[in-house]
Design a protein around this ligand. Structure first.
Ligand SMILES: [Zn+2]
Length: 416
């Protein structure tokens, strides 16, 4: 048995504990508490490793990213508006080279893990992304994302996608990682997926009690389009024939529209939710959906910021994502935590850290093993050096700390 002691333990599920310790056996947490008690309970045979002036906390959960877009980091699509960004993204994708894209995705996942992320909700349109995730050692969900707005093609699209899903799951690396990585079909957004396909994917998720992740209410343009008010996104979709001529705008908010199609449930990750009407909040709360916020991506696209404090007050669970390197300079969840803190200074650091750990793990169906320091969960923990003794450790963790290690790589000295 190994016992790790640290200046402060941040279990998330319970209050911070100064001079705390965690006992670990076979990669699982068996005990936590005041260091002296945990060491005594561990007995003579245990090895004590002192992490020193550090905070020990659960690994972070990045609930929304697209690692397959990592190659765009060197020349991101222009920000400032959702439609301009989308146009730039689609132009760039025409020049995509699979080998370069894979290598960039691998590097991005490595960098993400080095900064304390242990699980991801990843979205991809390509079939190779799940294999890259499987080899990364991270936990999570490889969402295979569908875009198809042509109403008559829904059945065919879902059949083709189900076949692709079978092939992805049969890949040796993906199959070998099945205890920590699931592959799931999911729709992209209300404006890129036809109503019959949204309904079919929601039905499929319900029948298998599986998650669904969807971009929703990210931009004003999306809301205008669904309200039937035209706008820049409407023009862009028509121009590129991404809009089925037979499609009639529902004249509803994106949340109302998705709810009518059965997309919102406690298994849904509603990503972005920047532009919500007040009754959308109640709808999300009533369905039990988790809102995943991506503050730096929203900032880059200039779309605004999600009403996180109001949603939390109304009982809507919030998780945190970086989105992709096509709209964010890095996939560092500690930097995202700092951005969330900056965006909503009234949010308590403890609430922000829960958003970045336990809430993400819960939304991705991983809370039985990740997201908090509790007996029985995996010891996929993070060690953060605390430099400033004056600053409260929870504040320090929300200020983009400079030195972060996975527990397995953290420097220690023989304790106690
Ligand atoms: Zn996204």
């Amino acid at each position: 048995m190994l016992v790790y002691t640290a200046r402060v333990l941040i279990p998330i599920a319970s209050s911070p504990l100064w001079d705390g310790a965690v006992a670990v056996e076979d990669g699982r947490i068996v005990n936590l508490g005041p260091a002296a008690e945990v060491i005594e309970a561990a007995g003579q045979g245990a090895e004590v490793r002192a992490l020193g002036e550090a905070a020990l906390m659960p690994g972070l959960v990045n609930a929304h990213t697209h690692v397959e877009l990592s190659w765009m980091a060197s020349g991101r699509p222009p920000g400032g508006s959702y439609t301009d960004w989308l146009r730039g993204l689609l132009e760039l994708r025409e020049r995509e080279d699979e080998e370069t894209a894979r290598a960039a995705a691998e590097a991005a996942l490595g960098a993400m893990a080095a900064r304390g992320t242990v699980a991801v909700g990843d979205l991809s349109n390509r079939t190779w992304a799940a294999g890259v995730l499987a080899r990364s050692g991270l936990h999570g969900i490889a969402f295979h994302e569908l875009l198809s707005s042509h109403i008559a093609h829904a059945e065919q699209r879902i059949e083709e996608a189900a076949e692709r899903l079978d092939r992805i799951e049969a890949e040796a690396d993906v199959a070998a990682a099945s205890d920590r990585l699931r592959v799931i079909l999911t729709p992209h957004a209300p404006h890129t997926v036809s109503a019959p396909l949204l309904r079919a994917l929601a039905g499929r998720a319900e029948a298998s009690n599986e998650l669904l992740s969807i971009h929703v209410s990210e931009s004003v343009e999306e809301c205008e389009l669904l309200a039937g008010d035209g706008g820049a996104l409407d023009e862009f979709l028509r121009e590129h024939r991404f809009r089925d001529p037979a499609w009639e705008p529902p004249k509803q908010t994106p949340v109302e529209y998705l709810d009518r199609l059965g997309v919102l449930s406690a298994r849904t990750l509603a990503v972005h939710c920047v532009h919500l009407e007040h009754h959308d909040h109640s709808k999300l709360q009533a369905r039990g959906a988790t809102v995943v916020t991506c503050p730096r991506s929203n900032r880059y696209l200039g779309v605004g910021s999600a009403p996180v404090p109001a949603l939390l007050r109304e009982g809507v669970p919030i998780a945190l994502g970086t989105d992709s390197l096509a709209s964010n300079p890095d996939l560092d969840l500690f930097a995202e935590i700092a951005a969330l803190r900056e965006e909503h200074p009234g949010l308590a650091p403890a609430a922000i850290l829960r958003i970045a750990t336990l809430n993400g793990a819960t939304a991705l169906g991983l809370a039985d093993r990740l997201g908090s320091i509790e007996p029985g969960k995996l010891a996929e923990l993070v060690v953060v050096r605390i430099d400033d003794e004056e600053e409260h450790p929870l504040e320090a963790l929300c200020s983009n700390p400079s030195e972060v290690h996975r527990l397995s790589d953290a420097p220690w000295s023989a304790g106690p």
